[in-house]
Write a protein that binds this ligand. Structure first.
Ligand code: ASP
Length: 297
């Protein structure tokens, strides 16, 4: 049985086949491919897009969905996540979708289940369906000719599971990442890393802006310090029209966008911004992932 814990669980051929399916699902119309199947979602961390995207994807495929309300579940009575998952598994779901703040948790749950696990984000470790929908969006835009395209990943790289999954996936298809980040969020990397986007902007094909992951920071700041830091950060890293000029660069963001800190209001309205297209593609890509893992095809 296959799980989707990190993007490395799927080969390049499997991903291209997945994208063929996603294209067919792009109108987001309903079908009955997963009729009679039951999918459980378990979100221990906040989510807007990923949770609703998975739920809509499952429903568009005709599956039933049970969302476990973690706040009112027995994990609040001291049950371990492993026991919670083993108990849910005993009710014979066809897939379990899980998000948790602990890196590696979805992987460690594999031995407790008889159905595929889909990782909807584990701490700063991985967010495979986000990276798949990001790659799909880029592929569709460039007509599947993405070799040697330069993509700047901008922001809190150190704490971002979106960055880490994309850094695993995108180079496999020939994309060339450049990391744009202040020194506080730097990672040890084989990829070119710069502090100032203006140094590389002329050669970029894609910008992937990221949110500062305050919830993962181990330091605490006073409100004044936070305001001051945010001001400094946005001056350099907020993607603005002035920064982009008339360059033909695709602008992406996994959401939630912190307006005028990550991307300016004006750039969010600009046709080069693909943020909502990513959201729509996300449903189609997740439909394809559920089909692949549950029907094994
Ligand atoms: N939604 C993405 C995630 O869950 C990005 C973010 O939260 O900034 O990682």
């Amino acid at each position: 049985m296959k799980h989707l814990i990190t993007t490395s669980d799927f080969s390049n051929d499997e991903i291209l086949k997945l994208f063929n399916d996603a294209k067919l699902f792009l109108d987001l119309s309903s079908n009955k491919l997963l009729e009679g199947k039951l999918i459980v979602t378990l979100f221990f961390e906040n989510s807007t897009r990923t949770r609703s995207s998975f739920e809509i994807a499952a429903k568009r495929l005709g599956a039933d969905v049970v969302n476990l309300e973690v706040q009112t579940s027995s994990t609040k009575k001291g049950e371990t996540v492993e026991d919670t998952v083993a108990n849910l598994n005993a009710m014979k779901p066809d897939a379990i979708i899980i998000r948790h703040s602990e890196c590696g948790l979805p992987n460690s749950l594999k031995s407790y289940v008889n159905c595929p696990i889909l990782n909807a984000g584990d701490g700063k470790n991985a967010h495979p369906t986000q990276a798949l929908l990001d790659l799909f969006t880029i592929m569709e835009h460039f007509n599947y000719d993405v070799k040697d395209k330069n993509i700047a990943i901008v922001g809190d790289i150190f704490n971002s599971r979106v960055a880490s999954s994309n850094l695993e996936l995108l180079p496999r298809f020939g994309l060339k990442p450049i990391l744009v980040t202040p020194k506080e969020f730097r990672v040890v990397s084989q990829y070119k890393t710069v502090k100032n986007i203006n140094k590389v902007i002329d050669k970029l094909d894609v910008i992937m802006s990221l949110r500062v992951q305050h919830e993962r920071h181990t330091f605490t700041l006073s409100d004044d310090e936070l305001e001051e830091n945010t001001k400094k950060y946005s001056k350099k890293y907020c993607i603005t029209k002035k920064m982009m000029g008339s360059r033909d660069i695709l602008l992406m963001h996994p959401g939630p966008v912190n307006r005028n800190i990550d991307i300016s209001d004006e750039m969010l309205e600009d046709p080069r911004s693909k943020v909502l297209e990513q959201v729509r593609n996300g449903v189609a890509v997740r439909m394809a992932c559920l089909k692949k893992l549950i029907l094994n095809q």
